[in-house]
Structures are given as C-alpha cells and as structure tokens.
Design a protein around this ligand. Structure first.
Ligand code: NOJ
Length: 825
C-alpha cells in the first residue's frame, strides 16, 4: 500500500512544487520539478529528471557474503521494532557516526569515522597521502597498501567503519573543493584506486564506504538553504547528468567499489536529475542495488536526508548523524532533534506506510558486512581521542553510555606506517620538467624559498582553516572532513636541512613576502647566491567551498618569477589539491618542476628522497594541466541571480568530455597531458601484441543475461582480450615506467565518444637495460559503451585502435581489434 502510494506520488507529482508534496507530517517527496533539457535522447538518454524505481531490491547475500547474511538475518529476527529503527538511525556517541549498542545481543554498536587519509582528529594516528596523490602514483600496490595500513589504524582505534574512499567528486570541474580527496577525473584510474583501496581497508577488518554517490561535483550549494523558519529558500544544486555519461563516467568507479565488495555507499548531498541523491529511487534502487547488485547499506551523508518513509522506500538504509539540522521537533527522551528515520520509521511501520520487510532489509544490509568482517569477535573499544569529532550532540547526552574513559584513549596505532607513507608519497611525486637539475649532487649552497617549506605559524591546518591560518606552513593535507590531525609532520625545510648537512651544504630560507617586495632578489642572499633554489608553493582546497583560482596561493607565481630572476637553477615544488596552471613552466631559469600534491605526514622526507635521487620519481599526472585557466570546460555553478527555489541547476552538458577527453576531442594544446611524468631515466616501448580469450566470432554485442552479482552482470568483468607490450629502461639508473593502454572506439559508437580512453596501466620497475613484458587485460566493460536504448553495455561493431604509450599524448605502439565485425550488427 505504502509502496503503491509512493509510486503514485512519484508519478503524479513530477511537476508539482515541492511544498505541496507533504505527507506523513514531516516528509517531502523525492520528486521535485521535472527539468527536461532538449537533447538527442536516443544517444544520451533524457536527463534533468529522475524516474521512479520501486520496490527497493532486497539483499540476497549473494557470493562471499552468504554466511554473514544468514547471521544478519538471524540477528534481525531477535530485534524489537524500536531496536530495528535504532539500527538504521545515527545516535549520540563518541564517533562521527554511531549506532546504538544492543548489549542483550552482544552487539556493541557501530562507530563510523572520517576519513580518506586518516582517522580525523584522533591523536597517535598516521596521516597518509591524499587520494589525488595516490592516483598520481599509478601504482596498484600503493593503492592497496596505503588503505591496508590505514584500515589497521581505524580498527585499532575501535572504528568499525571508515568513511572512505571518496570518488565523488571525481573531478569534472578543476575547481571543486574536494577533488583531492578522490583520485582522478578518469573513471578507469579512479575505479582501480577504489577497488584496491576498498580491499585494503576491508582486509584490515574495517568496513569501507564508497562516497559520495553521485555527481557531487561542486561544493557550492551542495545543501539546501533554509530561511530561519525552516522553509526552503533554495534547494540544493541539481547535477543533471544524462544516462550514458552517468554510466561511463560517474557510476563507473562505484561499480568497481561494489565489485570489490564494499560494505557501504554514502549518498551525496546534492540532487541528481532533480531528486535528492539520498532519496532518489532511480539511483539507489535502480542503479546501485538492482543494476550493480549492491548488497551492503546506503548511509546518508551527514544531514543529507530530507525524507523518512520516502527515502527508505527509495533505497536509503541508514540516516546519519541521526538528527535533522532543520527538523525542529525535539524528541523529549533524547533531548535532540528528531531524525527523519528513528521514531518515524517505527511509526511508519505501525501505521502501515512502510513495510517491515523493507526495514528488515535495511538492518540486514547493515549487519551483513559487520559479520562478514568478523566485527562481532573481540573488536577494539572506541578510542576517546576522537570524541570531539561528534559535534552533533552534547557530550553529556552520551559520554556515560559509551563508557569512555581516559584508559580507552591515547592508543598509538601508527606501527611502521611512517615508512610506508614516506615511500608512497615519494613514488607519487610527479616530475614535470628537468633540465639536468635533478637529482641534486652535493650542492654547495641551497636556498629554500616559499611559505610552503616550513612549519605553520598559526596553529594546525587541520580543519576548515581560515585564510590567515593558512599563510605559513606546508600543506600535507586539505581541509574539511577529509582533513587530519598531524601527530607527526616532517616539513620539507627540516628534512632538506638534515640531508644537506651530510654534504656540508649551506642552507638558508626565505618566506614569500620579502621575495615579492624586493626588486633585487640577489641582494637577499649571502655571497654569490645559492647554486640550487628550491621554491615551495602551495594551493589550498577544502570541503564546503570550491577553489577560486588555479594559480598558486600567496602570490606563488610572483615568488617563482622573483627567485628565477636572480637564480638560474630554480626548482619549483608544489603541494596542492590538484590542478594548477604553471605560467612559469617555460622560464629558462626554472630548471625543474615537481608536484607532490598532499603527501601526508612524511612530506619533507618524501620530497628530499626525490630531490636527492634516493627515490627515482615515477608519478604521472592523474589529470591534465592546461596552458590557461580559461581552457578548462565544465565550470562550477557559482551564482544564481533569481529567487526560484529550484534554480540551482548544473547541466553536465559536456557529457563525456571532461579532462583529457575534452582536450583531445577538440585538439586543444595542453601544457602537460594526462598520464605525463618524467623520471631520472628514460624508457622505450616495443611490440604490442593482442590476443582474444574467446573463439573467433564468438563475442556478442551484449553480455549474456546472468544473475546480477556485486558489480553488475558478471559477464561485464570477464576478460575478452589480453594485450602485451615490451618496455625497456634505456637510461643509466633504475626507475619505474608507467605504460598506459588507451582505446579508440570504432566509428559505429554513438556520437560523443571520446577520441581515446584509458583502459589499462601498470607500474614496472626496471634496471638500466632491463626489458620486460607488461600485460593488460581488457574486460567486457572496457570495450563497451552504455547503450541508452537497450539499457545495456554494448560492444560496438567495427575496428578499435588499441594504443600503448607513456601518456595520453605519447602513444608509442598500436594495433587494431575487431570484436564484432561491422556486418554482424
Ligand atoms: C560530510 C562529508 O561530506 C562526508 O564526507 C563526511 O564523511 C561526513 N560529513 C561526516 O563527517
């Protein structure tokens, strides 16, 4: 009945103002306005509105989760209705998200903690390289090992769930404030990083959460804006994405996440095609649970829920933090704002508007990963050092319940992770230019320049960082919920000084301002000036706001110009959230450029290892560096000059053309292309070989229909071709090459297909003169496009070009492949 009502309300109210859609007192329907962009819908699928998809698919515990699923089902049968409602609703407690314990059933509750680089705010934890840094490693081992180590720390601090990894935003727009938390605007690279990162966390016994589903590609207006009386002034921005783009770009890495067995998926703040992501039945029921076969639970982003029964029917499983920022009803016994879930779920089941089987499914989904990861067996207690993370409730309301004492705190869980972090960040460093300036060889006098080289002067940069607190100090991590507390931070300045002293090198340092103010920079240094000038520059980004510029902060470009005017060996190193335009790149006195992104706590040691050649840099760009800011497409929506409640709309009209796909489609020259990076050695590539794993002519256009498993139709993950290339080290030192595989789809593929797309990469370490064969597997999904008419992944007929090389614009060898002959369509 409830289900029927929900469908009808969805269908009938497509064009009805949101205020009119009130039922069950506090809930608003997920169906706001219909916005339909006139488009060639046979190619893209319509977008701008979200179709209703019901009922919510029930979990079946398929695959490896079967045993845990049985335990979860048994657990659910022991629960009262009120307990079930508690299980799906955040509660007061010591973590950023908490689920109440049920001691009667030996269930000690769930502790959910941020974030993607560290257990945020906790002390005695390590701070790992950020997502964009890890993506720049192009190293599968790094992607796994980082999260395995991080997972061990979460577990040892008593966190059951790590709110990581992030792949939304993916990087559609270079300005988005959170791109650095995720990996790359390339879905393939991001997908691999997601899959391995999730395995790393879960192999450590911690639940991973793939976030934020989906198209959370800007921070501005990510949430609705309310008047003080609680009515909506502006709904959150709606990311309007066509069906094909959604599948081939934004959903792609989430499919990897589900394929990897991710425990949970966090739905995002903003709307997708007009409907809030956390109550969008097409997204949660249709794409995630039905098409991708997701067996775990959907957790809301914090306060992202704007409905109760509607959201549950649309596929939402857990409301966090369990209060509503804007629902002003205080629940007397809790002394807090009520949740759209909680007691409302109990009421909904009692009055028949929510089927109890849906509630049972929600709890089963929550408990299956818990049992699968053996979290019911002797899990460590929650460490109290992170209790300040939970700002959603007054501490007095929960401190006693959770039995938090000093004894449970101050657990040092860092193990040997500093060494791993140092190595990972060094291997992720991208060398963009090197006129024989690096590696350093016992210089006589090093000048260190820039505010990014040393310690902060105004307290930690660990959260939202007001601009003033950011002027001095190196950036090891960005801000917001992905930030971290640096128990240890090795700055570039201290690490370089320590290393330089081994050679008796003089080291002197300057901050930005004197360099900008002084017209004769040479007058600032002693004797005849440094033989190496290391300029450290930075670029800040954080959750909640988007970046305003791609220039380096604190007059970075001017600092480089000043130093380079007097120093003919100027080496620029950046610590940044992602893309910066580098207008000084061609300056003849700028002899080297290194990008270290946000490297985590060992920042100084990692960069020193690279500068001195202890580590040969092998990072590659996970995005494109254009010549000019104006060259980038897909701008953020920054301002709405109207008063319409529903006017914040972001049309993803560039469709599949983001980052290199866009620059390549329009032949736009770029300064440094996607996949680019140098080494202290050189490499060559030979002999591409392709072989099919299938008999000639046996590959079908569509996958054979099979029962859905996590990740979707298992056929999509089947290897159809193997490609091999030979790579050799042609230089004089050991180093790692990153051979990359790109596909150009046949002409029969619908319009809008990018000229080439990454479909494989490996990192391979080679001694001088060594030659090795590198293999890439092409699965069915890799050689398919999303066909909006059949709603299937389809292999186009005709000839693909399969190319391998060292970047997206340095393709060295190529061959052809014709899975389906043109005539056999
Ligand atoms: C909001 C952020 O978007 C999300 O990533 C984070 O996990 C939660 N807040 C909890 O802090």
């Amino acid at each position: 009945m409830a289900f029927l009502f929900t469908i009808l309300s969805g269908l009938l109210l497509l064009a009805v103002p949101i205020d009119a859609q009130v039922y069950m007192g506090e809930e608003r329907s997920s169906y706001a306005f219909t916005w339909v962009q006139p488009l060639n819908t046979t190619i893209l699928g319509q977008y701008g509105h979200s179709e209703p998809v019901y009922p919510s698919p029930r979990t079946t515990g398929s695959g490896e989760w079967a045993e845990a699923y049985e335990k979860a089902r048994n657990f659910v049968t022991e629960l009262t209705l009120a307990e079930k409602s508690d299980m799906v609703t955040g509660a007061p407690g010591p973590c950023v998200g908490n689920i109440y314990a049920i001691p009667r059933l030996n269930f000690s509750g769930l502790c959910l903690q941020d974030g993607p680089v560290s257990l945020r705010v906790a002390d005695y934890v390590s701070v790992f390289p950020s997502g964009v840094t890890v993506a720049a490693s192009w190293d599968k081992a790094v992607m796994y090992e980082r999260n395995l180590a991080m997972g061990r720390e979460f577990r040892a601090k008593g966190a059951h769930v790590a709110l990581a990894p992030s792949v939304g935003p993916m990087g559609r727009c270079v300005y988005s404030g959170r791109n650095w938390e995720g990996f790359s605007p390339d879905p393939y690279l991001s997908g691999v990083a997601m899959e391995l990162g999730i395995k790393g966390l879960q192999d450590a016994g911690v639940q991973a959460v793939a976030k934020h589903l989906i198209a959370n590609e800007q921070e501005i207006q990510r949430n609705p804006l309310y008047y003080s009386n609680g009515t909506v002034q502006f709904e959150a921005i709606s990311s309007n994405v066509d069906d094909r783009t959604l599948h081939e770009l934004y959903l792609w890495p989430f499919a990897n996440a589900v394929h990897a067995g991710v425990s949970s998926v966090m739905c995002s703040y903003q709307r997708l095609n007009g409907s809030y992501a956390c109550q969008n039945s097409k997204l949660l029921n249709g794409l995630l649970k039905d098409e991708l076969g997701f067996q775990g639970y959907v957790v809301s982003d914090w306060y992202a829920l704007h409905a109760g029964v509607d959201a549950a029917e649309a596929g939402m499983d857990m409301d966090m933090p369990g209060t509503s920022r804007y629902n002003r009803t205080v629940v007397p016994e809790l002394g807090r704002m009520s949740s759209f879930f909680g007691g409302n779920i109990t009421t909904g089941v009692r009055n028949g508007s929510l089927e109890e089987t849906r509630l049972d499914d929600m709890v089963t989904r929550i408990m299956t990963p818990y049992f699968y990861l053996h979290q019911d067996e002797a899990y460590p207690m929650v460490d109290a050092s992170s209790i300040f993370l939970n700002t959603f409730y007054n501490q007095s309301s929960w401190l006693r319940d959770w039995n938090i004492t000093q004894d449970t705190s101050v657990r040092d869980v860092r193990e040997n992770h500093a060494q791993i972090i140092r190595r990972h960040a060094a291997e992720s460093t991208v060398l963009l230019k090197n006129n024989n300036a690096l590696p350093l060889n016992a210089p006589r006098y090093i000048g260190i320049f820039g505010n990014d080289a040393g310690e902060g002067q105004n307290g930690p940069l660990n959260r939202f960082g007001s601009p003033d607190s950011l002027e001095y100090g190196t950036y090891a991590v960005g801000g917001g919920s992905g930030a971290a507390r640096l128990t240890d931070l090795v700055t570039p300045q201290e690490a370089i000084k320590a290393r330089a002293s081994q050679d008796g090198t003089v080291v002197e340092s300057w901050l930005n301002n004197p360099l900008i103010a002084e017209s004769d920079v040479a007058s600032l240094w002693s004797y005849q000036g440094p033989d190496v000038c290391l300029v450290f520059l930075k670029s800040w980004a954080r959750e909640v706001i988007d970046r305003e510029t791609l220039q380096l902060d604190w007059n970075g470009t001017q600092v480089v110009k000043s130093v380079a005017s007097a120093c003919n060996n100027t080496i620029v190193i950046t610590h940044s959230a992602g893309v910066n335009v580098l207008p000084f790149a061609d300056h003849p006195n700028v002899t080297a450029i290194l990008l270290a992104h946000y490297p985590g706590q060992e920042s100084g040691n990692s960069i020193t290892d690279v500068l001195y050649g202890a580590v040969n840099p092998s990072g590659r760009l996970p995005y494109t560096i254009a010549y000019d800011e104006a060259d980038y497409n897909a701008p953020i929506v920054t301002d709405i000059q109207t008063t319409g409640v529903d006017d914040w709309q972001s049309w993803f009209d560039e469709r599949l053309e983001i980052d290199y796909r866009y620059f390549d489609a329009h032949n736009i020259p770029v300064r440094y292309e996607f996949g680019y990076g140098l080494s202290y050695t050189t490499f060559a590539m030979f002999d591409i070989m392709l072989e099919s794993t299938q008999q000639l002519g046996s590959i079908s256009r569509f996958p054979v229909e099979e029962p859905v498993a996590p990740g979707g139709n298992p056929e999509l993950w089947q290897t159809l071709y193997n490609v091999r290339v030979d790579v050799t080290n042609t230089g004089r030192v050991r180093g790692s090459a990153v051979p990359q595989l790109y596909l150009s789809f046949p002409d029969s593929t619908p319009l809008g297909t990018p000229p080439r797309q990454l479909r494989g990469f490996e990192k391979v370490e080679l001694a001088p003169g060594e030659r090795r064969t590198v293999a890439f597997a092409l699965i069915r999904r890799d050689i398919s496009y999303w066909d909006v008419v059949s709603q299937e992944w389809a292999i186009p007929s005709g000839e693909f070009v399969v190319s391998a090389g060292f970047s997206s614009r340095d393709l060295v060898v190529s061959t052809n492949m014709t899975p389906i002959a043109s005539t056999s369509v």
